[in-house]
Design a protein around this ligand. Structure first.
Ligand code: HEC
Ligand code: HEC
Ligand code: HEC
Length: 431
C-alpha cells in the first residue's frame, strides 16, 4: 500500500507522532492547573475517554491525534481537514453544529464531501462524546450539555436479503455496463461521497483504506455492493463508516468501480499469461480443503488463516473469501502474495535497542508499545523505549514460493476450496 516513499515518510511521521504524543486526560488536566478534575473538564471523564478512543479510531488519520489537522492522511486530501483543536475554530461553532457535521458529513452542510458522515455508524451518545473531546482538545472548558434523551445504541442498518441481492444482480447484468450508470457512479465517488477521503483512485485520494484502482480485478460486483451498503455487517469493527448510501447509489458506485481502468496500466493489473493454466480447469474443493488444513502438509494454509473458526490468525480470515474476491485475485494471492498486501496486514520490521531484528504483522499499538504477531503465530509486545527503528516492508508475511512447492492441480484444488467459502445471502458470480 505504501507504494511511494512519500506515503511511507508520512506514515513514519504519523507513527512518530503517536510515539511522542501519548495522551492521558489526567496528566493534561494536572498540567493545566492542578486543581480537581471535575472543575476543569467539560464533560465526565468517562465520556471524554470514550470520545478519545473513537477519535483515535475514526478521526485521527485525517485530523491528527491532537485535532491539529495533521493526520498522516491529510496530505493526500484536496481539502485540509479542519484544525479542530484551534480555539478560533471552536469559538465559531456551537456544540449542535459540531454534532451535526459529524453525523451527516461535510457534503450535506456545504462543506467538503471528503469529511465522512458518522451518524450511520455511531450512536448519538458517541457523537456527543466526540464533541466533548474536540472541545477538550481545544482546551475549552465550557460544559458540553449532552441532551438527556440521546440514543446510546448504534444505528442498525437493515441487512441485505437474498432477494435484495438477486435484484442487484439482475440490475447489474442489464445496466451495470451502461455509460449513464457508470457516469453517475463516478460523480458520486469523485464529488459527492467521501470515498476519496480514505481510498486512492488513480493517484488521487487518501490512504486509510485499500486502493480502489484494482476493484474490478479484486472484487466481485455483488460483494462491492453488499460491502459499501453496510460494511459493519461483515466486519463489525471496521474503520470504514457506513455512508448511508441509498440502494440506487450503491448500485451505480459498484458499476463505476467495476468499469474503472486506472490511468497507469500496471503489469500488476493483469493476470500473468503463464498463470492461465491454473484457472483453465476445475479443481476439487474437497481435496483443496485437505491441502489447506493439513498441519503436516506442505501448504498448511490454516496455520495462518482462519476459516469459519478453524485455523490461525496471522493472515486475514478467509471464511467468505469466495464471495468477496474474484478467482483471479485469489490465484494471485497464492502465487505472488506481495503483489497486493491485504489492508491491515503489512509486514513490519522493528530494530530494537539491543540490535535485534523482529518482523511480523502489527496488530495494534498503544502508549506502552507495539503488539505484533510473527510468522510462527507468536504474539510479541515491543515496548516503545526498546524500538530503535520501525519500517513497513513491501514483502508479504505469506510465503512466496507456493508456485514451486505445490503441483498445478493442488493449486486448482485450493482455489476450488476457497471459491466454495461463501456467504449464503450473496449470489456468486465471477467476472
Ligand atoms: C477522510 C478524512 C476525514 C476523516 C476520517 C474525518 N474528517 Fe472531519 N473533516 C475532514 C475534512 C477534509 C474537513 C474540512 C471540511 C471543509 O472545511 O469543507 C473536515 C471537517 C471537520 C469538522 C469541521 C466542520 C466545520 O464546521 O467546518 C469537524 C467538526 C470534523 N471534521 C470532525 C470529524 C470527526 C469527529 C471525525 C471522526 C469521527 C472526522 N472529522 C473524521 C476530513 C476528515
Ligand atoms: C473514513 C474512511 C473511509 C471511507 C469514507 C470509505 N472507506 Fe472504504 N474502506 C476503509 C477502510 C479502513 C477499509 C478497510 C476495511 C477493513 O478491512 O476492515 C475499507 C475497505 C473498502 C473496500 C474493500 C472491502 C474488502 O472486501 O476488503 C472497498 C471496496 C471500499 N472500502 C470501498 C469504498 C467506497 C466505494 C467508498 C465510498 C462510497 C468508501 N469505501 C468509503 C475506509 C473508508
Ligand atoms: C505464514 C503465514 C501464511 C501462510 C502459511 C499462508 N498465508 Fe495467506 N496470507 C498471509 C498473510 C499475512 C496475508 C496478508 C498479506 C498479503 O496480502 O500478502 C495473506 C493473504 C492471503 C490471501 C488474500 C486475502 C485477501 O482477502 O486479501 C489469500 C487468498 C491467502 N492468503 C491464501 C492462502 C493460501 C491458499 C495459503 C496456503 C496455500 C496461504 N494463504 C498460506 C499469511 C499466510
Amino acid at each position: 500500500m505504501y507504494k511511494n516513499s512519500k506515503a511511507m515518510r508520512s506514515f513514519l511521521k504519523y507513527f512518530l507522532l503517536i510515539i511522542c504524543f501519548t495522551f492521558n486526560i489526567e496528566s493534561l488536566v494536572l498540567a493545566s492547573g492542578g486543581s480537581s478534575p471535575s472543575t476543569k473538564l467539560n464533560a465526565s471523564p468517562e465520556l471524554l475517554e470514550k470520545g478519545k478512543l473513537l477519535f483515535l479510531n475514526f478521526c485521527a488519520h485525517c485530523h491528527g491525534n491532537r485535532g491539529e489537522g495533521d493526520g498522516f492522511n491529510a496530505e493526500f486530501l484536496d481539502k485540509d481537514p479542519a484544525e479542530l483543536s484551534n480555539p478560533k475554530f471552536l469559538a465559531k461553532r456551537s456544540n449542535e453544529k459540531l454534532f451535526r457535521v459529524i453525523s451527516v458529513g461535510g457534503a450535506k452542510i456545504k462543506k467538503s464531501h471528503l469529511m465522512p458522515p458518522f451518524g450511520y455508524t455511531l450512536s448519538e451518545k458517541e457523537i456527543w462524546s466526540l464533541v466533548s473531546f474536540i472541545r477538550y482538545l481545544g482546551n475549552d472548558k465550557s460544559l458540553v450539555n449532552v441532551p438527556s434523551n440521546v440514543q446510546s445504541e448504534r444505528p442498525r442498518k437493515s441487512v441485505l436479503t437474498k432477494p435484495d441481492m438477486l435484484s442487484f444482480s439482475k440490475w447489474f447484468a442489464e445496466k451495470g455496463k451502461k455509460k449513464e450508470q457508470t457516469d453517475s457512479g463516478k460523480t458520486l465517488v469523485m464529488n459527492k461521497k467521501s470515498c476519496l477521503g480514505c481510498h486512492q483512485l488513480n493517484d488521487e485520494g487518501g490512504r486509510i483504506g485499500p486502493s480502489l484502482n484494482r476493484s474490478s480485478f479484486n472484487y466481485k460486483p455483488e460483494w462491492l455492493y453488499a460491502w459499501i451498503s453496510n460494511p459493519q455487517n461483515f466486519r463489525p469493527n471496521t474503520k470504514m463508516p457506513n455512508l448511508g448510501l441509498k440502494p440506487e447509489e450503491a448500485r451505480v458506485i459498484t458499476a463505476f468501480l467495476i468499469s474503472f481502468q486506472p490511468e497507469e496500466e500496471d503489469e500488476k493489473f493483469k493476470i500473468h499469461e503463464g498463470w492461465k493454466q491454473y484457472l483453465s480447469s476445475e479443481g476439487d474443493p474437497k481435496r483443496g480443503e485437505k491441502i489447506f488444513h493439513d498441519p503436516e502438509g506442505i501448504a498448511n494454509c490454516s496455520k495462518c488463516h482462519l476459516v469459519k473458526g478453524r485455523g490461525g490468525k496471522i493472515g486475514p480470515d478467509l471464511s467468505f473469501v469466495g464471495t468477496s474476491r474474484t478467482s483471479k485475485f485469489l490465484l494471485e494471492s497464492i502465487l505472488n502474495p506481495s503483489a497486493v498486501i491485504t489492508h491491515g496486514y503489512q509486514t513490519v520490521m522493528i530494530l530494537t535497542e539491543n540490535r535485534k531484528l523482529i518482523t511480523g504483522i502489527k496488530k495494534n499499538e498503544d502508549e506502552s508499545g507495539i503488539n505484533i504477531i510473527n510468522k510462527e503465530g507468536k504474539n510479541l509486545h515491543i515496548p516503545r523505549e526498546k524500538i530503535k527503528k520501525f519500517k513497513i516492508q513491501k514483502i508479504s508475511t505469506m510465503p512466496g514460493n507456493f508456485k514451486d512447492l505445490l503441483e498445478i492441480q493442488d493449486i486448482r484444488d485450493v482455489l476450488a476450496y476457497l471459491g466454495s467459502l461463501t456467504l449464503p445471502a450473496i449470489p456468486n458470480s465471477d467476472n
